[in-house]
Design a protein around this ligand. Structure first.
Ligand SMILES: [Cu+2]
Length: 84
């Protein structure tokens, strides 16, 4: 978005999330992801069981995201990282 503001490159992570059954779950997962320092945005898709996370790779890691989703009672795994 505002690339001139800082010199970091946002990366996008694609997570597979299992255990979500309703929009309440979606919100829980989304809030958990947004709580990870460095995460800018999270789009959680209930139907696909996935989450797309935009983050600062210098501050956040996909492992941290997987961990917080796990702590929220769901299960996540990284499908791709931003290194593309
Ligand atoms: Cu639910």
């Amino acid at each position: 978005m505002d690339a001139s503001k800082s010199n970091w490159q946002p990366a996008t992570a694609q997570l597979k999330v299992t255990g979500m059954t309703c929009n309440g779950c979606v919100n829980t997962v989304r809030k958990a992801l947004l709580n990870v320092p460095g995460v800018q945005d999270a789009n959680v898709d209930l139907a696909k069981g996935s989450a797309e996370v935009r983050y600062d790779p210098a501050r956040a890691s996909t492992e941290a995201m997987v961990t917080v989703v796990g702590e929220s009672g769901y299960s996540a795994s990284a499908e791709t990282t931003g290194d593309h």
